[in-house]
Write a protein that binds this ligand. Structure first.
Ligand SMILES: [Zn+2]
Length: 419
């Protein structure tokens, strides 16, 4: 007994994950309690005298930090609306035409379906934008905040008020109401404003007024002169918000010449803006009726090379903006790797970080890893090959959030006549 105690191997945990393969190749048992990693043991060590309330056998499969989806639209997801042209313009028209048929109860049901789907893919944190245009949208805000409360034990859900401060008095009032209702972050889509500069300035003023951070839809178009990202970088520095603001899309960066793009990316790096690339939605909406069709995804490699924190996320799923998706952010990494030519081993490993560590940083969450004291948010893959995560995203066997087993799947395979 003395020897065991000396080695600190007599422990009781809330959860013990046995024989997990880490992304550095180590095979370990992980003891978890009070929401954090309490101990890491060599797997199957006969010296381990460990007990736990719940035991999760990993059987040599790969355990990763929990996935993080930093940009979704839960208010729009799974609506039965069709966008025939596939353009962003028609998506917006279809959304507003169909919106009167949506109810708060329906919004809660759709968002709940999305969250449970995300958890079943290993997602432990998510950030959703919610339209805040007029009074009818406030029902969707209420619905999303109720869903955030309902699922707070099993997923971190951050909310962004996607309005257009500075465009009109009524738009300003709606943003004010949404933020007072408890929405976490100031959002905007300046491309839709009559005066983009005024909209950007108003968003920063509003964030300062409420003491909030910003997460904006920026340059979601193929116009190289769009200019929103550069202005956003300048405002971020002017307001002293370096490292605290997020820009999604940034498509027009890919349509700029090298000189202009380099200048903008240098400013983004200096401002510490977190960039969220949204490959599925960009491939669907951008570059319609252009030949050859551009990819529309932002300049991921060039931003990373400048030290910018770039993430990949789902964006719209199963709505007029994007008919595809299943809230599996590893699929976003898979599509991003294709569209941005991130194909070397180091690049593929980095792509994996773009749906784990990078979005955690963008969302202001503490870093997560298999290290003593780290938050215990994990996903267990149905694979013993760590390269599979991005190369061919496997089924997920378990999701652990804040030290608790939230989801578990058992896959039974039978082979016949196979030599
Ligand atoms: Zn979006």
């Amino acid at each position: 007994m003395t020897a065991l105690l000396t080695h600190n191997f007599f422990m009781t945990h809330d959860l013990l994950i046995q024989s997990a393969q880490l992304t550095d190749g180590r095979l370990v048992d992980i003891g978890i309690g009070a929401g954090v990693v309490q101990a890491i043991y060599p797997a199957n060590s006969s010296e381990n005298v460990v007990t736990a309330t719940t035991i999760l056998p990993a059987n040599g499969n790969v355990l990763m930090p929990g996935l993080v989806d930093a940009h979704v639209h839960l208010d729009k997801t799974y609506v039965p609306m069709t966008n025939h042209s596939g353009t962003l313009e028609e998506a917006v028209q279809v959304w507003f035409a169909g919106r009167p048929q949506l109810s708060k109860a329906d919004a809660i049901a759709r968002a709940s379906r999305a969250i449970e789907c995300a958890i079943s893919h290993g997602t432990t944190a998510m950030r959703t934008h919610i339209n805040v245009v007029d009074r009818q949208d406030l029902e969707m805000v209420e619905a999303t905040l109720e869903v955030r409360e309902r699922y707070k034990q099993v997923i971190t859900l951050q909310t962004v008020a996607l309005g257009l401060a500075g465009a009109s008095q009524s738009r300003d009032e709606m943003m004010d109401v949404a933020l007072r209702m408890g929405v976490d972050i100031v959002g905007s889509a300046p491309s839709f404003a009559p005066d983009k500069t005024a909209a950007l300035q108003a968003a920063f003023r509003l964030a300062a007024q409420f003491g909030k951070t910003l997460d904006l839809h920026i340059d979601e178009n193929n116009n190289p002169q769009s200019g929103e990202l550069e202005q956003m970088a300048e405002l971020t520095i002017a307001y002293g918000l370096q490292g605290q603001v997020v820009a999604g899309h940034c498509c027009s960066l890919s349509f700029m010449n090298e000189v202009d793009a380099g200048r903008v990316m240098d400013k983004v790096a200096a401002a510490g803006i977190h960039i969220i690339a949204l490959p599925s939605c960009n491939l669907v909406l951008q570059g319609r009726n252009q030949f050859p069709a551009p990819r529309g995804v932002t300049r991921v490699k060039e931003l990373l090379a400048r030290g910018v924190n770039v993430s990949a996320a789902s964006d719209n799923v199963r709505d007029p903006f994007n008919p595809f998706g299943n809230y599996d952010v590893l699929s976003a990494a898979y599509i991003l790797a294709h569209t941005t030519h991130m194909t070397g081993t180091d690049e593929l490993n980095l792509t994996r970080e773009m749906v784990t560590a990078h979005p955690r940083l963008a969302m202001g969450l503490p870093a997560c890893s298999v290290a003593v004291g780290a938050p215990a948010d994990f996903v267990l893959l149905d694979s013993n090959d760590q390269q599979d995560a991005v190369l061919c995203p496997p089924y997920r066997l378990a999701t652990v959030k804040a030290g608790k087993l939230i989801y578990k799947a058992e896959i039974r395979r039978e082979w016949f006549m196979c030599p």
